[in-house]
Design a protein around this ligand. Structure first.
Ligand code: NI
Length: 270
């Protein structure tokens, strides 16, 4: 059946702390990074699916989505202290994952089968997503590095190389500010409220990929690119292989590389 997807963004600000009765302060610090009271400006993307109405040309009126988001999310969660004001977070750690589960449940009661995805971000570089029909939650962390490269293949003539790679074939190389997103997928641990510890994923990502590639000449300095063209696709693939199957403790799902804001490659290694 033909169908369309419609996404509306909204936001709210909420405070929280991570004093978990069953955890020592040290364990909470390791699990959450910071445990004291603090706040975030959360961004939510609600995606619904459905047929396009033949008269209005809409899946749903955006004003209705706006109203649902206001009633179910913003009015309910904006300017609250999650642990104290929302009973669910008296029992469950107020992690980004649990907040997404909570918001998803409220929106599901309104949209049912039409609810396709709920994505929630607590900062630019930390985002989770729930999708219809998938049990697992997707957690995405974003990192940055800069590196130089030259796209050139010895099996092609100079002319073919120039035609194929354009400016990126410049004999003396050039550089990019790369953005790399790592997405892992898994269930939310009941005790910690997390899919994996963000700090553990960051440690693996920095050691295996970011520190490894940052401020390098990819062609000259990086073993994997001795005989492999350092395109965005191949950088994503090399990152995938170096990260292993479960970086930080959850299954690797996708590596995305932005070479520029307008040029992005995704790699799925399985
Ligand atoms: Ni380039």
């Amino acid at each position: 059946m033909a169908e369309a997807f419609l996404t509306r963004r909204s936001g709210f600000s909420a405070a929280r702390h991570f004093h978990i009765p069953s955890m020592t302060g040290d364990e909470a610090e390791r699990t959450y990074g910071h445990t004291g009271a603090h706040g975030h400006d959360y961004l939510i993307d609600l995606t619904i699916r459905g047929a396009i109405d033949p008269v209005t040309g809409m899946v749903e009126n955006l004003d209705t989505m706006k109203e649902v988001l206001r009633r179910e999310v913003a009015d309910h969660l904006d300017a609250v202290f999650l642990n104290r004001d929302i009973p669910f977070f008296g029992k469950n750690a107020p992690t980004l994952e649990n907040l997404a589960l909570y918001v998803h449940r409220r929106l599901e009661s309104r949209y049912g089968e039409a609810l396709h995805a709920v994505a929630l971000a607590e900062e630019e570089d930390y985002r989770v997503e729930l999708r219809a029909g998938r049990e697992e939650m997707y957690v995405t962390r974003t990192y940055r590095f800069c590196a130089g490269h030259r796209l050139h293949r010895p099996e092609l003539s100079d002319e073919e190389n120039r035609a194929c790679f354009g400016k990126c074939n410049n004999p003396n190389g050039h550089g990019h500010n790369y953005r790399l997103e790592i997405t892992v997928a898994g269930g939310v641990d009941e005790r910690t409220g997390k899919v994996c510890r963000a700090g553990d994923l960051d440690d693996v990502a920095r050691r295996e990929v970011i520190d490894y590639l940052d401020h390098r000449n990819l062609n000259e300095d990086i073993e994997e690119f001795r005989d492999l063209n350092p395109t965005a696709e191949n950088i994503a693939r090399v990152a995938w292989e170096r990260l292993g199957e479960r970086p930080g403790g959850a299954a690797l799902y996708r590596v995305r590389v932005y070479e520029t804001d307008r040029n992005v490659a995704d790699y799925y290694g399985r």
